[in-house]
Design a binder for this molecule. Sequence first.
Ligand code: MRU
Length: 337
Amino acid sequence: MHVNGQHYRTVWLQSGVVMMIEQNKLPFSFQIHQCHTYHQTCQAITTMVTRGAGAIGSTAAYAMAQAFLAKADANQARATIEATRPTARNLFYAVKLVFAAGMAGGAARAVAEAERIADEDCAACRAIGEFGAALMPENCRLATHCNAGWLAFTDYGSALAPVYAAARLGKKPFVYVDETRPRGQGARLTAWELRGEGIDHAIIADNACAWLMAQGKIDLMIVGADRIARNGDTANKIGTLEKALAARHFGVPFYVAAPTATIDLACQNGRAIPIEEREPDEILYQTGPDKDGVMREILVCSPGSEAVNPAFDVTPVALVSGFITEKGILQASEIGL
Ligand code: MRU
């Protein structure tokens, strides 16, 4: 996708350095973050300089390649990379493949495999856009949660790829963007992406979606996925489950968009998906520029209260209308095939 007229991927490898869009600074400042070692790349995943399942996958692939380039202990590097974030399946998918390539053929093979995985992610998302756009009528009013746009992948996105494809077809989609507390990936990242692409949208409070559905203002909901179990239970950003419940109640089709790299056949159902717990401070504090443009971190909760911060929830497959993948729109029974 383009920023200020220039094409960017979310993450890329340049002369052994992993380059990535600094997502913690968006939408207030557009910066490129550089990681010179695999340890730095791991740190960038943990601190969410880069985030989103597909972007994490490509970044982890490059981190594994960096370890081979540096002649580091590959087993130790793999364990370190896999410990960065637990939920997104794409990370484990990518690291396994680059590790195997590096062990078989050394650093050059590892780099080539990492690049192949990044390209595969782009191609899958592009196909998801084309399949998903067919679900969207003219003037479709769509709701999404979190950011499953191009920032969450190497390019194009999953849940937002159909929106971009529909817009290119002249269908004029409108997107309701959940703010997605605590980190605000919707309010900050999805809104920034949609503005950049010229897509009409409105940010809504996290608890507004059901009411808009009750009023018949939402035609379709598409969300991304961090891990899909063999039976179709889907882990995605915390808050997805309550949207899916509301969608079922009000008869709004609820689709999950994800490349098949997000499907984990080893997880029989959602109970086997590891759910990341993040720092309570993400709930207690918010960061943004004050009216003079100076970045501030402020307390937004009652001083002294504790917070609990599960980063993902699991939507039971029974609430999912279908899975938009690069292979087409699948039903749950087709996932494990
Ligand atoms: O914690 P994040 O920002 O890495 O979470 C990932 C997400 O953005 C969402 O869960 C998204 O809907 C799926 S990832 C494409």
